[in-house]
Design a protein. Structure first.
Length: 180
């Protein structure tokens, strides 16, 4: 194994340790099935390993969450198809209503993630400082005090950056921004 491959494996293990519990929690919240959560977590990280070189380092968490949400939808779709095959017409109809009720909100959340990714990429291209504060606030969920400390700026400066970034987003993404 070459040095490059060894470094890739180390990075992969670091991200696995950092985010695997988050992935399992997301799946558990949606399915309530620990074994399924482990299976989906494994699938997500296999996919991540295969695509790791093409994922921007600052978007890894968002990529993993998105991939997890897609895997959950796939899980429900597979369950829906299995119910249709096994059940008679009336049971299949009831099963589909239950499944559709679970998929629609998940698809809306995925649309939100698409918009968030688009917004973050646009903001990053326009102003790196705005991107940093938005990423820390929206993706990492840090408090203003934590963000100010990490960026070595006052909270007043931080709030001004957030205000300007949000104003830019409102202008640039208008209607999409207002919907969410």
């Amino acid at each position: 194994m070459g040095k490059r491959q060894a470094m890739k494996n180390e990075k992969y293990e670091e991200y696995f340790r950092k985010y695997s519990n988050l992935i399992i929690k997301i799946v558990m919240d949606k399915t309530g099935d620990y074994e399924e959560a482990l299976d989906i977590c494994q699938k997500v990280f296999v996919s991540f390993y295969l695509n790791m070189d093409s994922v921007s380092e600052d978007l890894i968490k968002a990529w993993l969450v998105r991939c997890t949400k897609n895997a959950i939808i796939d899980h429900y779709r597979k369950a829906s198809r299995e119910k249709e095959i096994i059940a008679d017409d009336s049971d299949a109809e009831i099963g589909n209503i239950a499944i559709d009720g679970g998929i629609a909100p998940a698809e809306e959340r995925l649309d939100d993630l698409d918009l968030i990714g688009k917004v973050l990429r646009t903001v990053k291209a326009v102003n790196q400082q705005w991107f940093e504060v938005l990423y820390m606030n929206c993706v990492e969920g840090l408090s203003y005090a934590e963000m100010a400390h990490r960026l070595k700026v006052s909270e007043t400066v931080l709030r001004a950056r957030l205000y300007r970034a949000r104003l830019f987003i409102k202008k640039k993404f208008g209607e999409d921004y207002q919907k969410r």
